[in-house]
Design a protein around this ligand. Structure first.
Ligand SMILES: Cc1ncc(COP(=O)(O)O)c(C=O)c1O
Length: 489
């Protein structure tokens, strides 16, 4: 007689009747452990039902499941038998060594490995991509989130609204119209602006296409272009940013499919592209029928007069795709950005969004919309602009003091105060790549020029010094420590 354990003696202390799945599991492990052998005949279904203290139908359900999984087979009018080969063990039987190969994956992987801020805390953090989290009004924002959670809408739970949560779309459109004259263009809420850049790349670029970019730039955007198969054409720039004459030369010889710009504060050098240069670049784009992807990642922070309006605010040829982010206003983890695009591009992006992920998270978007409607968003912006303006001035005076002090008379610091944004582009007469790497071992996180290029830079002359996220005291102590390391190089 085959080994079929009494169900009660196994794991059913409450002496409940076994479910068919429990019987499947018991018989299967009896086979795996060798208590039931390949080819062995099982007791009749009547006997097994008795052993398991179940009705006949439950037992038959279990046997059918085991047959479906390949553990046993049934021979008509003869009975049930353990299969010759265990279904799992067949999978473990590898081909002979000659045939055997380890799996060779074929990835479409054209992405770069990107800088990600380490999880660990640094005593001093000068990475400029993050605002001061401590100044974010979490308690105020939480009230709106609680309201959304307490009163969810059916649309929060369902698919649909691929462009974004309707209240957020209309609040954001109003804000963009008031703050930077972006009007009469459909909007799409994205999962941060990286998602926006990725979607635009997928939509517009293919293998071998060329994208005109600055010589130093935002690596995640470059990686997205390359992921679509595109090549980068680096355009020479000077202290006024990307040079339109150089762009014109490239247009004359190469088929360029997209121009990627961060005109407000060029990333990473913070230079504002002049109106004259913007106009020239726009004219070239019109002449060659090439779209401009305008990444206005830091627009809200402006410390000298009024910011220049985005190129997208005056776009008669309808060729500018304008993107922005809330990463610098709330915090990078919030993953909300937007794309304001000409209608045909918007339509195509919507289809892409649906294909990628249907829609983005709705409740967070609605909480944000309520915060905007309540005026909290712009209140927070006003406060943080003032805070970061003060911090920039303090960073400037710290750098000046150090430069003038006798201790560091070997060091030469050169910088232009940025008109806005969260970072300062600082030239130091040492190898900044080496400086950044030593600083890291001493609790200071900072990016040097090599982080903004995809070619190997052996030594670099610049740092991008964030000035917004740390308190003034912390910023000052960090700069002093950093420059002390620099003066010993
Ligand atoms: C040039 C540039 N674009 C976009 C972003 C923002 O990206 P995201 O919205 O994906 O956080 C950043 C962030 O640092 C940036 O520097």
């Amino acid at each position: 007689m085959s080994f079929i354990p009494h169900f009660k003696s196994l794991n059913n202390e409450a002496h409940q009747p076994a479910s068919y799945l429990q019987i499947v599991s018991i018989i299967r492990s009896s086979i795996e452990q060798g208590q039931l052998l390949s080819g062995e005949k099982l007791p009749s279904s009547r006997v097994m039902a008795k052993r398991f203290s179940v009705g006949r139908q439950t037992l038959l359900n279990a046997l059918n499941e085991l047959i479906a999984q390949g553990w046993i087979l049934s021979r008509q009018r003869v009975g049930y038998f353990v299969a010759e080969q265990h279904p799992v063990s067949q999978r473990h039987q590898l081909p002979s060594p000659a045939q055997s190969t380890t799996m060779k994956w074929h990835f479409n992987d054209r992405c770069d490995t990107l800088f990600t801020e380490p999880e660990q805390e640094y005593q001093y953090n000068f990475v400029a991509g993050t605002p001061d989290i401590n100044s974010f009004p979490f308690a105020e924002f939480k009230r709106h989130f609680a309201q959304v959670m307490n009163y969810p809408l059916p649309s929060d739970f369902s698919y649909g609204n691929a462009a974004g949560q309707p209240q957020l779309l209309s609040s954001m459109a109003g804000y963009l119209r008031r703050s930077r004259n972006i009007t009469a263009r459909p909007l799409l809420i994205s999962n941060g602006s990286q998602d926006a850049i990725y979607m635009v790349s997928r939509l517009l670029l293919g293998i071998g296409d060329r994208v005109a970019v600055d010589q130093l730039g935002y690596q995640p955007a470059w990686s997205a272009f390359k992921e679509s198969g595109a090549e980068l054409v680096k355009i020479a720039s000077d202290e006024q940013g990307l040079d339109p004459d150089e762009l014109a030369k490239e247009f004359a010889t190469k088929r360029i499919r997209l121009i990627y710009l961060t005109p407000q504060y060029q990333y990473p050098t913070t230079v504002t592209l002049s109106t004259e240069r913007r106009n020239k670049i726009y004219q070239l784009a019109v002449k060659y029928g090439v779209p401009i992807l305008e990444d206005d990642y830091d627009h809200e922070y402006h410390y000298q007069g009024q910011p220049l309006p985005p190129i997208a605010s005056e776009d008669p040829a309808q060729l500018v795709i304008y993107i922005g982010t809330l990463s610098k206003i709330l915090y990078p983890g919030v993953r909300i950005g937007f794309i304001s695009a000409p209608p045909p591009v918007h339509q195509a992006l919507l289809k892409l969004r649906q294909t990628m992920s249907h829609k983005n998270e709705s409740m967070l978007q609605r909480a944000l919309a309520l915060w905007m409607i309540d005026g909290g968003f712009e209140r927070h912006l006003r406060r943080s602009s003032q805070l970061y303006k003060k911090r920039l001035a303090h960073t400037d005076s710290t750098l000046r003091q150090i430069q003038q002090s006798n201790i560091n008379d070997k060091l030469k610091l050169e910088y232009q105060l940025p008109a806005g944004g969260l970072g300062l582009w600082l030239r130091i007469n040492v190898d900044c790549k080496q400086l950044a790497s030593i600083a890291r071992t001493q609790g200071i996180l900072i990016q040097d020029q090599s982080c903004f290029s995809d070619t190997k830079i052996m030594s670099s002359g610049y740092l991008r010094l964030g000035f917004a996220r740390q308190s003034e005291n912390c910023q000052q102590a960090g700069i002093e420590k950093l420059l002390l390391i620099a003066s010993n190089l």
